[in-house]
Design a protein around this ligand. Structure first.
Ligand SMILES: [Zn+2]
Length: 141
């Protein structure tokens, strides 16, 4: 028998890799998942400046209202874009003091669940405050 190769029939559903309908739907999905610009990301980080710790881990946090060690902490939760060696989206950052940040990111003390809870509590406290702060900053521009 002679080999004839794999020629696509013009009316076959596989005549192009993705048909027009699928391609359009895919690009619509891409458009909907808008990623923040670099500038927006920087605003989220800048908003953390001058803030107290939002993690406030019991027995770890010094609860200092003016804490020089506070930095923007990135969520390590997968749903916030963490993993694969990539830091999570800047939207999922919150101010955390050095002690709490270490507890969350580097120590072996907390369980996975404790890390998760601490992150979600910190974000829950911080996001409304950040929203007001960023709106106020926007108004002065
Ligand atoms: Zn703290």
């Amino acid at each position: 028998m002679k080999r004839t190769g794999f020629k696509r029939k013009p009316d076959s559903p596989f005549s192009s890799l993705a048909n027009r309908g699928t391609a359009l739907r895919r690009s619509a999905i891409k458009r909907r998942v808008r990623k923040p610009t670099v500038e927006e990301g920087a605003h989220y980080l800048a908003a953390c400046r001058g803030e107290p710790c939002y993690l406030r881990v019991p027995g770890v946090c010094r609860l200092n209202p003016i804490d020089e060690t506070v930095v923007p902490c990135h969520s390590n939760l997968l749903e916030h874009g963490a993993g694969k060696g990539i830091k999570a989206d800047h939207r999922y950052t919150f101010p955390g003091c050095g002690a709490c940040h270490f507890w969350l990111d580097q120590s072996t003390v907390p369980t996975k669940q404790e890390r998760r809870d601490a992150t979600l509590v910190a974000l829950g406290r911080w996001i409304p405050v950040r929203k007001r702060k960023m709106a106020a900053l926007e108004a002065t521009r």
